[in-house]
Design a protein around this ligand. Structure first.
Ligand code: NDP
Length: 497
């Protein structure tokens, strides 16, 4: 007893358990003051430029070319020459060598690319380091493997390249979207003109240095930076044979209208409003992690984000309580800090859009929860947000917010979950959380979504096709399916011939 009564020695107990900052060094990457366009293996000076910034603090990073119609024309001509000068007729095994080299170089330089991606786009370094870069390299590895096996991928169909591909990518996964587009195009023997998003051009411009290191023949990949006008010029250029676009449904529709009747091939990967559906037999803690990953990963700037959470009524209260507790542990802040979970919003325009939609949710009667967090004063920031008491008709349940904002709705039966989940113009992805395999299959057959994840969310693999239904677009990227948009086929005259 005497032991227990003895006064404890005074031990200093810290009253602040927050993580010390662990910033990644930005010195690892060199950013030039000014960039032109990468055309025919050379840097073409840009007559007009704009400033690209870091969304974390609005620091100007570089002057970047605003591509004109003439710049696009030069890039397309360079791609056409490279196509005719040998790239399209190079044996697949030779094309594969270049793709393997690019993949390995991306791995070797991954830290540099990850820092630049986080700096220019605002995403947490742990995501660009652990997701964007490994996946980008994996896409090049994967499609390198297909380059000399196209005859086997499409037996009896005599695949041949399409020609010059015009590719337009968004700002949420800049390098990864580049890899999704460039790797299959090159594997199939096409040449490319790519336009990165206006706010995130820097990793695409650094990628030009990887192309130089890989000794890719001049003109096979050309990069023209600029805003939507540059993209529009690329779409309508008559020498472009195939257009691949990822971005908003609005611009996708505009591109489809423009290309109607031209005979150009087109794939569109557009917006989404995914349902993440949790049944009462799901492992709740695991589901909470999946929900958080589904909507707060990359600040919710994800076309397949699980932005509508459907919870079976009987577990609504415990699940929402767990979710709110978990939200309070998310660290929002400097994208270059290795502890950061939620980084900066990509641009002032996107922040404005998120704020407007969130205000509409409050006005329409939903209940908002945001964990206490101190947001940096400079830059573009938005706290992780959960809306409960949401009706299906509210704008926050209908429109793509593309930010860290979750709407929680409820259901009673699997039939009701399917009906509510499918009640959207989009159809890109969905998630199902249940311990019953039979229910997963039953749901997957009925959900109108290109991808259905079960007991996980936001899982990507180069061998798995990705794409949408309805207003989420058409065509598939990834997997063997992702080769098809970059090929024309001559059907064999004789069966098996
Ligand atoms: P956009 O659809 O405008 O941008 C996607 C790409 O298309 C960018 O490179 C853009 O250039 C380019 N572009 C813009 N206008 C045209 C045009 N007329 N012809 C050809 N290319 C064009 O998306 P935003 O960046 O404006 O984002 C708006 C909303 O779109 C977001 O809030 C989000 O809801 C959704 N979105 C969805 C994405 C997805 O992956 N599904 C990705 C990005 C956005 P520039 O960057 O210069 O505008």
């Amino acid at each position: 007893m005497a032991e227990l009564d003895r006064p404890q020695a005074e031990v200093a107990v810290p009253d602040d358990w927050t993580y010390a900052s662990a910033p990644e060094s930005r010195d690892i990457v060199h950013i030039a003051d000014r960039y032109g366009h990468f055309v025919g293996g050379e840097w073409l000076d840009a007559a007009e430029t704009y400033e690209t910034i870091a969304p974390r603090d609005e620091e100007p990073l570089a002057a970047v070319g605003q591509g004109s119609e003439a710049d696009v024309g030069r890039a397309v001509a360079a791609a056409r020459d490279a196509y005719a000068d040998g790239w399209s007729s190079l044996p697949g095994s030779e094309r594969a060598k270049y793709l393997f080299r690019i993949a390995r170089l991306l791995q070797e330089r991954s830290r540099e690319f990850a820092v630049l991606e986080s700096l220019n786009g605002g995403k947490p370094i742990k995501e660009s380091r652990d997701v964007d870069l490994p996946l980008a390299a994996a896409h090049f590895f994967y499609y390198a493997g297909w380059a000399d096996k196209l005859e086997y991928a499409f037996p009896n169909r005599r695949p041949r390249p399409v020609g010059v591909a015009g590719q337009i990518i968004p700002w949420n996964f800049p390098l990864l979207m580049l890899a999704w587009k460039v790797a299959p195009a090159l594997a199939c023997g096409n040449t490319v003109v790519l336009k990165p998003a206006e706010t995130t051009p820097l990793t695409a411009l650094l990628f030009c240095d990887v192309l130089r290191q890989a000794e890719l023949p001049a003109g096979v990949v050309n990069i023209v930076t600029g805003d939507g006008r540059t993209g529009a010029a690329l779409v309508v250029n008559e020498e472009v044979d195939k257009v691949a676009f990822t971005g908003s449904t609005e611009v996708g529709k505009e591109i489809q209208r423009r290309l109607a009747g031209t005979g150009k091939k087109l794939t569109l990967e557009l917006g989404g409003k995914a349902a993440n559906i949790v049944f009462d037999d799901a492992a709740l803690d695991q589901a909470v992690e999946g929900i958080v990953n589904g909507i707060y990963f990359n600040q919710g700037h994800v076309c397949c984000a699980g932005s509508r959470l459907f919870v079976q009524e009987s577990i609504y209260e415990p699940l929402v309580a767990k979710l709110e507790r978990r939200l309070a542990t998310l660290r929002v802040g400097d994208p270059l800090d290795k502890n950061t979970d939620v980084g900066a919003i990509n641009s002032a325009a996107q922040l404005e859009k998120i704020e407007e939609l969130v205000a509409s949710g409050v006005e329409e009667g939903a209940q908002i929860y945001q964990p206490p967090c101190i947001l940096p004063e400079k830059g573009y920031w938005f706290a992780p947000t959960v809306f409960t008491n949401v009706a299906q008709s509210y704008r926050i349940a209908q429109e793509e917010i593309f930010g860290p904002v979750l709407s929680v709705l409820t259901f009673r039966t699997p039939e009701e979950a399917v009906e509510k989940a499918n009640n959207t113009p989009y159809g890109l992805s969905a998630g199902v959380w249940t311990e019953k395999g039979s229910r997963i299959l039953w749901m997957a057959q009925r959900l109108r979504a290109g991808v259905v994840w079960a007991n996980t969310f936001n899982r990507f693999d180069p061998s798995s096709p990705f794409g949408g239904y309805k207003e989420s677009g058409f065509g598939r990227e990834g997997g063997r399916h992702g080769l098809e948009p970059y090929l024309d086929f001559e059907e064999s005259e004789t069966f098996g011939g």
